[in-house]
Design a protein around this ligand. Structure first.
Ligand SMILES: NC(=O)c1ccc[n+]([C@@H]2O[C@H](COP(=O)([O-])OP(=O)(O)OC[C@H]3O[C@@H](n4cnc5c(N)ncnc54)[C@H](O)[C@@H]3O)[C@@H](O)[C@H]2O)c1
Length: 263
């Protein structure tokens, strides 16, 4: 069927596709949800309980999308399984999954890091991605098609002092992405990652970066473009990887980072 024109007169890229986004109530995940809604998709958001639920879901629905919220902690295997089952029960298929939920974690040098702080970040940022992929791939393998995008980071490729838990988890996300991409390359399923530079979202505020002008400036200066990224700039890459424009792309880790990793 021919794509319907978007309000701007261009064909939409995800017409009637089901797009499942973890951590979609805030920051990058929410921007990706809104971008996918603008491209004609039905949206399912899985996130932990938060006061932002209603406002975020209203913003997504304002793009004329069908959208549901599923309360889910991605670190808990059974909750993610139930979330994926709910998506399929509601929208019949699972076409695109964005494993995006993530936390920054308490900063510390490796020798000073508590086991609790380590396990918390690994639980959400690494186990959460595995939990998502495991259940998404079970469904997509039945359908014999689908697209998975994992939210990695520039810190999937280099180190960052006081963030070993985050850096280790994000490095592993690339390994998971590449391995699954090989496993499903001939089964109609494409699997890629996105590596954002520092993006101006609530995550940076929680990490004490955007709340302190001096720290913020130091982080900005790490990027050759001398600014933080915007969530919408990550969403542009997400749409490219989610739709058929990237039909020959699998196993890649797309850097959207203002030049951070070029140095
Ligand atoms: N902001 C950046 O600079 C940056 C850079 C590189 C990568 N990333 C990655 O992008 C992703 C999104 O980050 P963001 O900056 O938009 O952060 P954010 O804090 O704005 O949003 C994260 C979302 O994940 C949800 N979440 C947290 N723990 C969860 C859990 N256990 N289960 C389900 N949902 C959970 C939160 O409720 C929130 O809605 C993360 O994976 C992060 O590591 C962010």
């Amino acid at each position: 069927m021919e794509n319907l024109p978007s309000p701007k007169g261009c064909p939409v890229k995800l017409e009637n596709k089901t797009v499942f986004i973890t951590g979609g109530l805030s920051g990058i995940g929410k921007a990706c949800a809104i971008a996918a809604a603008k491209e004609g998709a039905n949206i399912a958001i899985a996130d932990i309980k938060s006061p932002m639920v209603e406002e975020a879901m209203e913003e997504i629905k304002a793009e004329n999308a069908k959208a549901i919220f599923i309360e889910c902690d991605v670190a808990v295997f059974a909750q993610v399984q139930m979330a994926v089952e709910k998506v399929v029960a509601t929208f019949t298929t699972l076409d695109v999954a964005l494993n995006n939920a993530g936390i920054g974690g308490e900063p510390n040098k490796v020798g000073d890091m508590t086991e609790e702080a380590w396990l918390k970040v690994i639980g959400v940022n690494l186990n959460g991605v595995f939990n998502g992929m495991k259940h998404e791939l079970t469904q997509m393998a039945k359908q014999k098609n689908g697209v998975i995008i994992n939210m990695a980071s520039i810190l999937s490729k280099v180190g960052f002092a006081t963030s070993a838990h985050y850096v280790a988890a994000k490095h592993a996300v690339i390994g998971l992405t590449q391995t699954a991409a090989l496993e499903y390359a001939t089964e109609g399923i494409r699997i890629n990652a996105i590596c954002p530079g520092f993006i101006d979202t609530p995550l940076l505020a929680k990490g004490g970066i955007t709340d302190h002008e001096e720290v913020k400036q130091q982080i900005i200066n790490l990027h050759p473009m001398k600014r933080l990224g915007k969530s919408e700039e990550i969403a542009n890459g997400f749409i490219f990887l989610a739709c058929d424009d990237s039909s020959f792309v699998t196993g890649t880790a797309l850097e959207i980072d203002g030049g951070y990793l070029a140095q």
